[in-house]
Design a binder for this molecule. Structure first.
Ligand code: NCD
Length: 306
């Protein structure tokens, strides 16, 4: 099984991943956190873009499942010597990996990688394309907090234009019955958004009646050489930055990280008890263990002891 887009999964596939994640979450609370489930299997993390959370949680997930894991990073790989993606994947294929987890600055890179390997490919972020495992961990965090997801109201706020997280979350959240709206300045909305059939607001008033406010980082590194969509980060933060008093007592804050304190949210809000940011990271490890397991489930003899 490959996981390239959140649309690769049905509602029951996602519920099955939640069930597995519950087991892996329990394993993470034990003093010995390793299970033999993927012993003898090889996972290769190919990260051609910077990452803290996604890379570390895939690496730890593979290690906790007893797989052998290696990490390839752009700065230390032959990509900086001009090797193409095709050649990198074909080279790694010689090791006969079972799973390749890939992050790449180009949309479609993970799907392309599936052509050159027999391994299961997991998309860990392809440019402004998709980030399905982020969506799954966000859904799992929401399920842990709220139980039933149907009818939950979530506003995704900020740099929708360049956010693969916004794309995967919008499609995955709606699949699970969550009502999603997008909020931010019109210059940060992607062209063609009218075809996404989603309510779009350019005012923070739209946050008044939601349960969850999902904040995004301003992804300026993706805007190199182009006219910036907002005059300055200071102005963005004055108009759109959230601080504790702009959030209601029963609302929750989510963010995929990395957060920029003082831009999309204040330092106080990041540390506020209404923030689920670290809860998301904890969910991410369990969900990524479930995804690695599920990629190979057909070829494994038993379910992990949970
Ligand atoms: C996001 C990403 O890389 O798409 N981060 C993440 O995976 N935790 C969002 C971002 O970079 O702002």
């Amino acid at each position: 099984m490959h996981l390239i887009s959140i649309d690769d999964l049905s509602v029951s596939d996602i519920e099955n991943l939640f069930r597995l994640s519950d087991g892996f979450l329990e394993i993470a609370s034990r003093s010995i956190k390793k299970v033999p489930t993927l012993r003898g299997r090889t996972v290769i993390n190919v990260f051609m873009e910077p990452s803290t959370r996604t890379q570390s949680s895939f690496e730890l997930a593979a290690k906790r499942l007893s797989a052998d894991v290696i990490n390839i990073k752009e700065s230390s790989s032959s990509v900086s010597k001009g090797e193409s993606l095709k050649d990198t994947i074909m080279t790694l294929e010689s090791y006969r990996p079972d799973i390749i987890v890939m992050r790449h600055p180009r949309v479609g890179a993970s799907r392309m990688a599936t052509r050159y390997t027999n391994a299961s490919v997991v998309n860990a972020g392809d440019g402004t394309g998709e980030h399905p495992t982020q969506c799954l961990l966000d859904l799992y965090s929401l399920r842990r907090v709220y139980g039933d997801l149907t009818g939950l109201r979530v506003a995704i706020v900020g740099d929708i234009l360049r956010s693969r997280v916004a794309r995967s979350d919008l499609f995955g959240f709606r699949k699970m019955g969550i009502e999603v709206r997008l909020v931010g300045p019109p210059t940060l909305m992607p062209p063609g958004i009218e075809y996404w059939d989603v309510p779009v607001y350019d005012d923070l008033e739209a946050l008044a009646d939601v349960d969850v406010i999902y904040l995004l980082r301003m992804q300026l590194e993706r805007a190199k050489g182009k006219v910036p969509p907002v005059p300055s980060l200071r102005e963005y933060s004055r108009v759109w930055g959230l601080s504790p008093y702009r959030v209601k007592a029963d609302q929750r804050i989510m963010h995929p990280g990395p957060i920029n304190r003082g831009v999309e949210l204040s330092a106080e809000l990041a540390d506020d008890e209404r923030s689920l940011i670290l809860h998301q990271v904890e969910s991410g490890l369990a969900v990524r263990m479930a995804i690695l397991y599920q990629c190979l489930a057909g070829s494994l003899s038993e379910e992990p002891a949970a």
